[in-house]
Ligand binder design. Structure first.
Ligand code: FES
Length: 121
């Protein structure tokens, strides 16, 4: 199952391609296509156990996924960040780690994919 969220109908991509692998839900913020709202509208209504969760996209949605699947053993966030060096030296892309004041993760070097619950968004 795939849940895709877009701002408007004009931005919708990959629906047909991903439908080859399973059911696809599409949401649009303005309701111009699919279900009105963001992906949380669909995910919150589904009464299923996800075997795995793979997510990428807008910061707000990534924060939602991180919280919703915080302790899920196979839920992943593919994060973006502003980067200066892109090789772990400048710490421009640092994320905090839960319950730590001294440990951090660099999106460029330690990611960009992180398991949910391992970084603070
Ligand atoms: S961009 Fe420099 S440490 Fe990530």
């Amino acid at each position: 199952m795939t849940v895709l969220g877009f701002a408007t109908k004009d931005a919708v991509i990959l629906e047909t391609e991903l439908a080859q692998y399973g059911q696809v839900f599409v949401t649009t913020d303005d309701g111009s296509y699919g279900i009105k709202g963001n992906v949380s509208v669909v995910i919150n209504d589904l009464d299923i156990q996800f075997d795995a969760v793979y997510s990428c996209g807008a910061p707000g949605m990534m924060k939602y996924i991180n919280q919703k699947f915080y302790n899920h053993p196979r839920a992943y966030l593919s994060l973006e960040s502003r980067m200066a060096c892109g090789m772990g030296a400048c710490y421009a892309c640092v994320l905090k780690v839960p319950e730590s004041e001294t440990v951090s993760q660099r999106v460029c070097e330690d990611g960009p994919v992180f398991r949910t619950g391992t970084v603070v968004l």
